[in-house]
Design a protein around this ligand. Structure first.
Ligand code: AMP
Length: 226
């Protein structure tokens, strides 16, 4: 397997936006577990029914469900050149499972990009976020508005507010991040593969800083040039 990257950070920090930009730039597919769950819910599948109650409450879907879904996805031929993971792993058990899944394919996790911001900024970003129905492209009412109100610039589909971007659920998601996901920061820092990026900058500047940091950390990958 090629270049495997994880995006880590609190909900609403903009890691999905950055992960998509980077995926396009490097030609490596982006895989977001939250998007996969929302897709399953939209399709009314068995997995979607199981996941929905967790998403609605801002809690983590059980590891066995999530890990099995990621394992199956990563078997796809399109991930042969690597993957940019967004929203996975979210706890230490998932991190260990990811190492196993990548090792099964003869690969390893190369870099973890932590995009960080203060809780106040995160709440502001989550409450203004709008998402497109067709493909989950992200916008923000103030920071990144669409050209035409309520329509996705890329595919023209309707923009909506995610159920879990309501204030009650936002607090719960931030708590889950702090208690369960944030220990991964130290875990990956100790492994020496963590890149830390200030997520309170404008979108293009964050992307530039990610590319600069990657050019140092992954200097053997030809497509990373600034
Ligand atoms: P996101 O789109 O990344 O904010 O994820 C939305 C929701 O999907 C989360 O609040 C969880 O309920 C669920 N979810 C996404 N990724 C994971 C994961 N790695 N483990 C467990 N639940 C997840």
């Amino acid at each position: 397997m090629g270049l495997n990257i994880v995006f880590l950070g609190p909900p609403g920090v903009g890691k999905g936006t950055q992960a998509r930009l980077l995926a396009k730039r490097l030609g490596i597919p982006h895989l977001a577990t939250g998007d996969l769950f929302r897709e399953e819910i939209k399709n009314g599948s068995e997995l979607g029914r199981k996941a929905k109650e967790y998403l609605d409450q801002g809690r983590l879907v059980p590891d066995e469900v999530t890990v099995a879904m990621v394992r199956e996805k990563l078997q796809g031929a399109e991930y042969g050149e690597g993957v940019i993971l967004d929203g996975f792993p979210r706890n230490l058990e998932q991190a260990a499972a990811l190492d196993g899944i990548l090792a099964e394919r003869g690969g390893a996790l190369r870099t973890v990009i932590l995009v960080n911001a203060s809780p106040q900024v995160v709440v502001q970003r989550l409450s203004g976020r709008r998402v497109c129905r067709a493909a989950g492209h992200n916008y923000h009412l103030q920071n990144n508005p669409p050209r035409a109100e309520g329509r996705c610039d890329i595919d023209g589909s309707e923009l909506y507010q995610r159920d879990d971007d309501r204030p009650e659920v936002i607090q719960q998601r931030i708590q889950v991040y702090t208690e369960t996901t944030s220990p991964l920061v130290e875990y990956y820092r100790r492994r020496g593969i963590l890149i830390e990026i200030d997520g309170e900058r404008p979108i293009p500047e964050i992307q530039e800083r990610i590319l600069e940091a990657l050019a140092v950390a992954v200097n053997d990958y030809p497509k990373i040039q600034i």
